[in-house]
Design a protein around this ligand. Structure first.
Ligand code: SF4
Length: 424
């Protein structure tokens, strides 16, 4: 039975509801699918069950690598007396892997939910193995479905990296750190815009290589590129870094607000900001214009899944004229999302948490034109005649920045076109 629903609470001008109950979200292991492509000399070893191996393999799609950069060490059922064996086995698997693969410079031991894995102390295992396998760094984090939804796997991974980052010298000039995995092409575009504004010292977390991770210290000013990085942000603040409050770089408006936060922190003049951003804004506007006809007035319902829902809803409503029926999010970080919440149309229904049955009922009753949801819900909803967009695609596709604004809108327009064709 679901817990009683708390009354709506005030939060900016939105109509905020909180729900507790059954959830339908992938676990944090899913993040490995995009993280292993980002950090090119890292390896992700899931310590888990056959289910975990199956999930990660199917989430990664049919990818045949000569030298894959993720795997699952399957820990079968064993009692407490078998834990010493499990540790020995893990050490043996890791040592053999590193001997065979000298290209691996950073190894993540990724925990999961089976009770046999929970009994293992992966943080001690990581310390032990780091000492033994030096210079290969071994870190650990949890991707368990009990603790994480799918984008929180990235948060846990980046938070594990933070204590290991080099220390920036105390007297160093302020530097800019962009936090959250972005496609390389998007990073390069942002670097060019920052350079045009005169901000030269810009680093990214995660870096593309283990040996190039950014230094962090009291002069670090960071911009979150993703809205699901609460633990990473906390870990960075503990090291003296300061967050620049901004919307997220989705769509032209979000990208401009995000870049402006950096411009203000680094004393960039209005003229320099305008010159650096106007061409990108104009290209984004040209790309978005034809999509406004398709998405304008369309009623959109978000199930809580990726934590990208609020910035995406803001983009769809303000730049494309879509109508927001409900914006579900697994967790609403009030501070990190403040600039997004204030841009949502007044009265937007935002639901934090999930009670799956209740939400399905509301979605069915509303019959939205487009439902953004996880893979597990998409098929049943499509079978009921609703158009769906898989939220996981928004993580696998480069969507941030001016040049991707049109592609982002396309992702939402495509299911509508497909449905229109089916209905002819
Ligand atoms: S970590 Fe848990 S939820 Fe994720 S695949 Fe493994 S058993 Fe399933």
């Amino acid at each position: 039975m679901n817990a009683p629903v708390p009354p709506p609470t005030a939060c900016g001008g939105i109509d905020l509801h909180q729900e507790h109950g059954q959830r339908a979200v992938f676990c944090g292991l899913t993040g490995i699918v995009w993280l292993h492509r980002k950090i090119q000399d890292a390896f992700f070893l899931v310590v888990g069950s056959r289910t975990c191996a199956h999930l990660i393999q199917s989430a990664a799609g049919v990818m045949i690598f000569a030298e894959p950069r993720f795997a699952t060490a399957i820990i079968d059922e064993r009692d407490l007396a078998g834990i010493a064996d499990a540790n020995e086995e893990l050490d043996r698997v890791v040592t053999r892997l590193i001997e065979r693969r000298p290209d691996i410079k950073l190894l993540f031991l990724v925990g999961s939910c089976p009770s046999e894995v929970i009994k293992l102390d992966l943080s001690r295992a990581a310390q032990r193995l780091s000492g033994r396998l030096n210079p290969v760094r071994v870190l650990n984090y949890s991707g368990s479905g009990i603790e994480t939804t799918f984008t929180q796997g990235e948060d846990a991974c980046l938070a594990a990296l933070v204590p290991d980052l080099p220390k920036a010298p105390a007297e160093a000039a302020p530097s800019l750190l962009v936090v959250g995995a972005l496609a390389d092409v998007v990073e390069d575009q942002f670097l060019r815009i920052f350079a045009a504004m005169g901000i030269a010292d810009v680093r990214f977390l995660p870096a593309r290589r283990a040996g190039a991770m950014p230094a962090v210290g009291r002069g670090t000013r960071y911009l979150l590129a993703q809205p699901f990085l609460a633990d990473t942000a906390r870990a960075l603040e503990e090291r003296g870094a300061r967050r620049l409050a901004a919307p997220f770089p989705l769509g032209a408006e979000g990208t401009t607000g995000w870049l402006r936060a950096a411009a203000e922190a680094f004393g960039v003049s209005d003229e320099a900001f305008e010159a650096a951003t106007a061409p990108g804004r104009a290209r984004a506007e040209t790309a978005l214009a034809p999509l406004r006809d398709e998405l304008g007035g369309k009623r959109v319902f978000f199930f809580p899944d990726s934590q990208l829902e609020v910035p995406l809803a803001r983009f769809l409503a303000r730049e494309l004229g879509a109508e927001l029926v409900e914006v579900g999010t697994p967790y609403l970080h009030r501070a990190h999302l403040a600039a997004e919440i204030e841009r949502l149309p007044a009265g937007t229904r935002v639901t934090e948490g999930q009670s799956l049955d209740d939400q399905m009922d509301r979605c069915r009753a509303a019959r939205p034109d487009l439902t953004v949801c996880g893979l597990g819900l998409a098929n049943p909803l499509e079978a009921e005649g609703l158009s769906t967009k898989w939220s996981i695609e928004l993580l696998f596709t480069p969507v941030q920045g001016y040049e991707q604004a049109g592609d982002l809108a396309e992702l939402f327009a495509r299911p509508l076109r497909r449905r229109a064709l089916l209905e002819v």
